[in-house]
Design a binder for this molecule. Structure first.
Ligand code: TRP
Ligand code: ZN
Length: 446
């Protein structure tokens, strides 16, 4: 029975334009998960170091602004406008095209600051943003001087590097987030639909230097999420999915209109568990940020290590996600073959084929190869993915000590240098005597 089939999946909730944007991102996202021994395309230029001292210097300025303006940087208060002016001046000097977007909330004028880095594909815009307002009770240095400063320093690093990304880069600092995502909502609501459809992703950073820090990644667009997770995995830092309220920050208005979103968070008023303290350090039984929305959210309320790592992660995501021109996608595709193929004991390699049709351009940087091989000693098994042109991507090596049964796994492959359409093969070889098995099924998710 041959079950070589093709299914096109697109969430019905996702408008076509947003699906297109998502696909563009999927088609061009960074590698980082390249299987060993491949000859796939090189990664984007690596992001530079983001100096912690620079990020902290911005926080010192936000603190001074609050101190000079009644202790806060809240919507409608002079400390907010002074914060906007500070960020805008830095960006203007660095060559950004900036604009202030005015809105009114609670009878007071508020501002979003939008900064465009000239160049890149105007039809593929990667955005990153942070809310710049504080609550009235304090200076808001972790919430959200931290995200604001890190996004600012990343934007300045783009300028220092004179980065020429394939995508167009846009940075934003939102007003009145603390009053209910007012500024970001205003921006999205006033973005013409043609402009909206050009957004390939929005990255949000709200509270990334919490004193008793956790490392949380938003569970939204899979490519953005994976970009962050891969970064932390490379540093051997465990991450968790952000659960302190989805929709509680400025990514929500974007997500609600189908734009792929993602972001980082180091925790607010939830309590760090013993297990979390075990893996991240810090104090169990205490809030991630004991000064959340309080007067003590000042420059002492920052975990430098978390702020530093998260700033580097932001730069990594901007550099990698903005690289690659992207191909017009045809939606997410799953191709599979469930015909059993016997794998002879200590014998020749066998293959199972999947014919991929109807796609445009190259395969994604995060092609998912789902493998289901039944075997009585999986250490005997060597697995490769063969691209249509014959390029082999090693998925799994043999390992004499691995006596467990079966290989049921999904392997990410950076297949961005391969044409998507054509016949892909799974090549499986049993390289040791005695145990044996068969390819039960396998699939490719584009
Ligand atoms: N946005 C909230 C604030 O500014 C903080 C917050 C709570 C948050 N839960 C979140 C931010 C989840 C990002 C993700 O007060
Ligand atoms: Zn807040």
């Amino acid at each position: 029975m041959s079950l070589n089939r093709f299914a096109l999946r697109r969430s019905p909730a996702l408008p076509a334009a947003a699906a297109l944007a998502l696909g563009a991102l999927l088609a061009t996202a960074a590698p980082a998960a390249q299987a060993a021994g491949t000859t796939a395309a090189p990664a984007a230029v690596a992001a530079p170091d983001i100096p912690l001292a620079n990020v902290k210097a911005h926080l010192t300025q936000f603190q001074s602004i609050a101190t000079a303006n009644g202790g806060n940087r809240a919507h409608g208060r002079p400390g907010y406008k002074a914060s906007i002016d500070y960020v805008k001046a830095k960006l203007d000097a660095a060559g950004y095209t900036t604009s202030l977007q005015q809105f009114t909330s609670g009878g007071a004028v508020g501002y979003n600051l939008i900064a465009d880095w000239p160049g890149g594909d105007a039809n593929k815009v990667l955005m990153a943003g942070a809310h710049l307002d504080s609550v009235t009770s304090g200076a808001g240095i972790n919430d959200n001087g931290s995200g604001s400063a890190a996004v600012l320093e990343t934007a300045l690093a783009v300028s220092r590097a004179q980065l020429q990304p394939d995508k167009h880069l846009r940075f934003a600092w939102w007003g009145a987030e603390e009053l209910g995502l007012v500024g970001s909502r205003y921006y999205v609501n006033n973005l013409p639909s043609t402009e909206r459809s050009k957004l390939s992703g929005y990255l949000n950073f709200d509270m990334i230097g919490s004193p008793n820090a956790g490392y949380f990644v938003y569970d939204d667009d899979p490519v953005i999420e994976k970009t962050f997770k891969d970064y932390y995995a490379g540093l051997s830092i465990p991450t968790e999915i952000e659960t302190e309220g989805d929709g509680r920050s400025d990514h929500a208005p974007f997500k609600n209109v189908g734009i792929p979103v993602g972001g980082l968070f180091s925790g607010a008023d939830y309590t760090k568990t013993a297990a979390q303290a075990q893996k991240w350090g810090g104090t169990a039984g205490q809030a991630f940020d004991r000064c959340y929305h309080s007067s003590c959210d000042n420059t002492s309320n920052i975990n430098d290590t978390a702020l530093d790592r998260n700033s580097e992660a932001i730069a990594h995501a901007i550099w990698t996600l903005s690289a690659g021109t992207g191909e017009p996608p045809t939606g997410e595709g799953v191709f599979s073959n469930a015909t059993d193929v016997a794998v002879p004991d200590n014998g020749a390699a066998v293959t199972s084929s999947i014919a991929v049709t109807g796609r445009t351009g190259n395969a994604p940087a995060a092609l998912q190869v789902g493998v289901d091989i039944k075997h009585t000693y999986r250490g005997d098994v060597v697995i490769d993915l063969l691209a249509p042109d014959g390029t082999a991507y090693r998925l799994k090596n043999s390992s004499s000590g691995d006596s467990a049964d079966n290989v049921i796994a999904t392997y990410p492959v950076n297949a961005s240098s391969e044409t998507a359409n054509g016949t892909w093969k799974l090549r499986v070889q049993d390289v040791a005597a005695q145990d044996t098995g068969y390819i039960d099924s396998w699939k490719l998710t584009f």
